[in-house]
Write a protein that binds this ligand. Structure first.
Ligand code: UD1
Ligand code: UDP
Length: 381
């Protein structure tokens, strides 16, 4: 079986490591994987660092699409991916998540009748102002095999009319849906000990043995709205200053570029001069695992980071108005605080009291989601 895998944005590159590892460990005689990088993310610390560190095969193709408006970026990718699919003639196109690279792959493959396997199917925020919500719905409805990481995702597919009783052969009109666990849980389990051995991020940032908070901010709904971005940064400053705790913020380039113009009043200056708010460049995945597994708490608008906080048993303050990973909130391990300073502060004060009593149920599978996906693709061919 031959698959073409599309990667492009940071979280997809990391997710792809799980499948590539499963192929190399257990399916090297039966699955050939060709990797296409759209070039949506291109800075070394947003892309190449993961390919090298996580043992992903070098992409055979890089479309070098770079940054642009949604339409220009997605259109360029569709054109490039279509050419590659026509040449490579894979049995499946494998797509991850909900980025513009995912949508482009879905449009390109569906029109020329190449079956799509969508990993992270069924997730919904029920907020169509998010570009990701549009991307994931469209990808799911063009897919032949849909792999949902959570029970909630699987139920969302049922509500949209996907039939769990469909029988092979699967097609876009008769798709197969599966609840199989999360490839990122596979990755977190696998890379945790490697991170402890290889990462020096705690030492390099003076965090070893200290209490600290980890924060990430990159969602367009936060970075592009000055009032929201300001409210989030004011909250971080207030927590850091009131409780004398360091907050480490590996900053996405989108946020780095917009911080100066979109932080209102004196907040940009206060962030720049703060000894407690440590803004650092994006870190590698092994470094991120060390930060996540050693911090006191996570504050984030990232999908991946709120989940990894849960994997490493850390509470998360979710800086969005909703989450696709609602199990985390239902378990009491995450709070949706949006960009609302009062909610963020109240979540912080509540978590520092309940920190040791939280229970993190097993809801993301058994760490073998990637093997399940490979096996299913082979069986259903
Ligand atoms: C994209 C995804 C989002 C995902 C995020 C993961 C879409 C619509 N959004 O958002 O779902 O959560 O990736 O990180 O696909 N930039 C750089 N260097 C880079 C990459 C980006 O400087 O290597 C800057 C550029 O100014 C660019 C901006 O970041 O315009 C946004 O990049 P883009 O890929 O368009 O969207 P993200 O916000 O990264
Ligand atoms: N990540 C990383 N370095 C960083 C920030 C995030 O390796 O500096 C990883 C993080 O551990 C997670 C993924 O990137 O696996 C999440 O990506 P991001 O927050 O960019 O996107 P999202 O998950 O929100 O789509």
């Amino acid at each position: 079986m031959k698959i073409v895998t599309v990667i492009g944005a940071r979280p997809q590159i990391i997710k792809a490591a799980a499948l590539s590892r499963a192929i190399s460990n257990s399916f090297s005689n039966t699955i050939e994987e060709v990797i296409v990088h759209t070039g949506q993310h291109y800075d070394t610390n947003m892309s190449q660092v993961f390919i090298e560190e996580l043992g992903i095969p070098e992409p055979k193709y890089n479309l070098n699409i770079g940054s642009s408006s949604h339409g220009v970026q997605t259109a360029g990718m569709i054109e490039g991916i279509e050419k590659i699919l026509l040449d490579e003639k894979p049995d499946y196109l494998v797509l991850y998540g909900d980025t513009n690279s995912t949508l482009a792959g879905a449009v390109a493959a569906a029109k020329i009748h190449i079956p799509i396997a969508h990993i992270e199917a069924g997730l919904r925020s029920f907020n169509k102002s998010m570009p990701e919500e549009i991307n994931r719905i469209m990808c799911d409805h063009a897919s032949t095999l849909l792999f949902s990481p959570t029970q909630t995702g699987f139920q969302n597919l049922l509500k949209e009319g996907f039939n769990p009783d469909n029988k092979p052969p699967f097609t876009p009109d008769n798709p197969g849906i599966f609840h199989c666990g999360d490839v990122m849980y596979d990755n977190s389990l696998y890379f945790k000990s490697l991170a402890a051995k290889n990462s020096r991020v705690l030492e390099n940032n003076g965090l070893k043995g200290k209490e600290f908070v980890l924060a990430t901010i990159h969602r367009d709904s936060n970075t592009d709205v000055p009032e929201r971005l300001t409210s989030i940064f004011e909250s971080l400053l207030e927590i850091a200053e009131t409780d004398a705790i360091e907050i480490v913020l590996p900053l996405h380039p989108r946020t780095a570029k917009l911080m100066k113009s979109n932080l209102l009043g004196d907040v940009y200056g206060r962030v720049k001069n703060s000894n407690l708010l440590k803004v650092i460049p994006p870190v590698s995945f092994l470094d991120m695992i060390m930060l996540e597994s050693n911090c006191k708490l996570v504050m984030t608008d990232s999908g991946g980071v709120q989940k990894e906080a849960f994997f490493f048993k850390k509470p998360a303050i979710i800086l969005r108005s909703e989450t696709e990973w609602k199990e985390i909130v239902e378990a009491g391990c995450g709070v949706i605080a949006n960009a609302d300073k009062q909610k963020i502060l109240s979540a912080w004060y509540s978590f520092i009291k309940t920190y040791n009593t939280l229970i993190y149920p097993d809801i993301f599978g058994d760490g073998k989601a990637a093997e399940f996906i490979c096996r299913t693709m082979l069986n259903e061919l």
